[in-house]
Design a protein around this ligand. Sequence first.
Ligand SMILES: C[S@@+](CC[C@H](N)C(=O)[O-])C[C@H]1O[C@@H](n2cnc3c(N)ncnc32)[C@H](O)[C@@H]1O
Length: 216
Amino acid sequence: MRKSYINNLKRNYPNCRHDGEPSDSYEGHCVTYGEMEYNGIQQYATTIFRLFSHGKRNIGTNEHIFIDIGCGNGKFPLFMASYPCIKRSIGIELVKSRYENSQNLLSSLSVNFGEITQKVEFFNMDMLKFNFRETANGVPCFIWISNLCFPSDITHKLFDKLHEELPEGSIIGCSKHPFNGEQTSPDKQQFHFTKKIHIPMSWKKEGSEVFFFTVK
Ligand SMILES: C[S@@+](CC[C@H](N)C(=O)[O-])C[C@H]1O[C@@H](n2cnc3c(N)ncnc32)[C@H](O)[C@@H]1O
């Protein structure tokens, strides 16, 4: 079932793919597009599950919430929903056309894979307005942020918000270190840096840096 779902996702995804820049203006935001490769998502998932379970193999079924902050066309949350340990897989995207692409992809997959797609939800909104506290409801979350292009003040605001709203033990993966060389907020003490790996991205197939943090 999982294998067939992933094959269908890979087959359907190119039909919705939108690589160009949106025609609407999103002033004050960085809406540059790029995405993680499928084998990269697997690598992200394996890493985050291991970090969460401190190296143990089993991390439970239907227990965890995954959130892709800036999910583009929704490929990442749709892929993450296929893991049995994930009970909700959420994507937040500012650009309306990308959000619509993700909804179309979700509907097309839900015809045969409702058991998996019912875990997925997309929100067309600004990540800084999303209520992470209410969504997490006390359950540590797994977060992905492709923030390489985000200006550092936005990344700082987002990390401040995540620290305030996410339960302790939540794990964040991001494509740009939020504190390096910066003296401003967020306070480094709010997060525990755990790991850096290289993951294949659409703009760097040989692997681009991904940093993992645990919320203290
Ligand atoms: C580089 S793409 C990443 C796509 C996907 N997460 C991945 O890694 O494969 C970043 C996305 O973040 C979105 N974005 C930028 N600012 C945002 C904001 N304030 N709220 C929600 N999404 C935002 C962009 O429109 C873009 O689609």
